[in-house]
Design a protein around this ligand. Structure first.
Ligand code: SF4
Length: 404
């Protein structure tokens, strides 16, 4: 195994797997809430899970925390406070750490925002998706436009920074409607906007019963219009779906995209932990009840494997080439332990095909490379042809690069 000269920055992801209702397009590990949530027991399980994980990250500082789901805003501020206290008393957390919580619009959740802030959340990510009632109904969301506006307004007033999740290419959506959603997010002054193209994922209701979606040409116009509106409003387009005002990039997600490390706690959470002589990936038990039992028994991990040298270039590129500005050359070696010459043939071919641009310091995807990302990434799989690519793709980003 190639050795790492340094360990990457460390983040912490916490998965809370319940929602009011399952959205028909959602393939996340999220489960419809039935009756009271076992909040106290789940926080106990997360704490036990963290304790079991400590040995592998001992002494390392946490730079960002992301509490995602599911709908974590269904948990009370007291439970979030207990969770963050449990983390802080067990691991050194950077005093400047970005601490994000995902929330959905809804009166019940909005009433809790101030409590989340008091508990230590300093960034709220709101699953707005659209400010149009008809579009929200078409994608099966439980909230309406009025609640979406109220949530954004409240979050802007309470949190130092926040994100608005939007989706476009929704059933029956026109170009004007897609752009109106973006204009509204801009008008609110949202410091960060994530704009996702709705896709039909296997194992979802939309996949089994597909709705009528905008044609590819129209969806491409929407994407172009979204990007240009946000650019003209001063947002930096820094990753495929992510747009930020200066100094408001999502540091947690940037750590994923720069092949950083993360502990993943909670049902179905994925983690990636580097030691000097190995990189390990872990997956927790997926079903909430199984996870609860396993975590409280001291071992919630159902799958653990080492990332072989031959897999690292693909995993690295899969993440880093999502970044519009690409990555510094030396980052490849710092994160994978491999010299950049390992992938020189693939880089030269990608450059010749107009998929990347590079100089002595950086490598970045061209616009063509971003459009044909699969073509760009595929050659990096070659060193390990026997490995199933889909599995690697699935475990590379624990639930942050898609709408919730
Ligand atoms: S899209 Fe978000 S709110 Fe809807 S089921 Fe999935 S995790 Fe829950």
């Amino acid at each position: 195994m190639a050795r790492l000269a340094e360990l990457p920055p460390l983040s912490l992801y916490v998965h809370i797997p319940w929602c009011l209702r399952k959205c028909p397009y959602c393939d996340f590990n999220s489960h419809e809430k039935r009756g009271e949530l076992p909040e106290a027991q789940y926080v106990d399980a997360l704490t036990a899970d963290l304790e079991a994980a400590l040995a592998n990250v001992w002494g390392r500082r946490i730079h960002t925390i992301f509490i995602g789901g599911g709908t974590p805003s269904l948990f009370s501020p007291a439970s979030i406070d207990r969770l963050l206290t449990a983390i802080r008393t067990r691991l050194p957390v950077d005093p400047e750490a970005e601490v994000t919580l995902e929330a959905n619009p809804g009166t019940f959740e909005i009433e809790r925002f101030r409590g989340f802030r008091d508990a230590g959340i300093n960034r709220l990510s709101i699953g707005v998706q659209s400010f149009d009632d008809a579009r929200l109904a078409a994608i099966g969301r439980v909230h309406g436009a009025k609640e979406a506006r109220a949530a954004v307004q409240a979050a802007m007033a309470i949190f130092p920074t926040m994100n608005v999740d939007l989706m476009y290419a929704l059933p029956g959506q026109s170009l004007d409607q897609a752009l109106a959603d973006v204009r509204e997010a801009i008008a609110f002054g949202a410091p960060h906007v994530s704009a996702y193209h709705l896709t039909l994922e296997p194992d979802t209701n939309f996949y089994r019963n597909p709705p009528a979606l905008p044609a590819d040409d129209l969806a491409a116009d929407m994407q172009e219009g979204v990007e240009s509106l946000l650019a003209s409003a001063g947002y930096e387009h820094y990753e495929t779906s992510a747009f930020a005002k200066p100094k408001n990039r999502a540091r947690h997600n940037v750590n994923y995209w720069t092949y950083g490390d993360y502990v993943g706690l909670g049902a179905g959470a994925h983690g990636k932990i580097s030691l000097r002589d190995r990189i390990t990936r872990e997956i927790r038990e997926r079903k909430p009840q199984t996870y609860l039992r396993a975590a409280l028994d001291g071992d919630a991990i159902c799958e653990r494997r080492e990332v072989a040298d031959g897999e690292r270039p693909f995993e690295f590129m899969l993440n880093a080439l999502r970044l519009i500005d690409g990555f510094p050359l030396d980052l490849f070696t710092r994160r994978t332990g491999l010299p950049i010459s390992t992938v020189e043939p693939q880089l030269a071919a990608a450059e010749a095909a107009g998929l990347i641009a590079r100089d002595h310091a950086t490598i970045r995807p061209t616009e063509r490379g971003r459009r044909f990302l699969n073509d760009l990434l595929e050659p990096f799989l070659e060193p390990a042809p026997a490995r199933p690519a889909a599995r690697v793709i699935n475990i590379s980003s624990p639930g942050t690069a898609r709408p919730s």
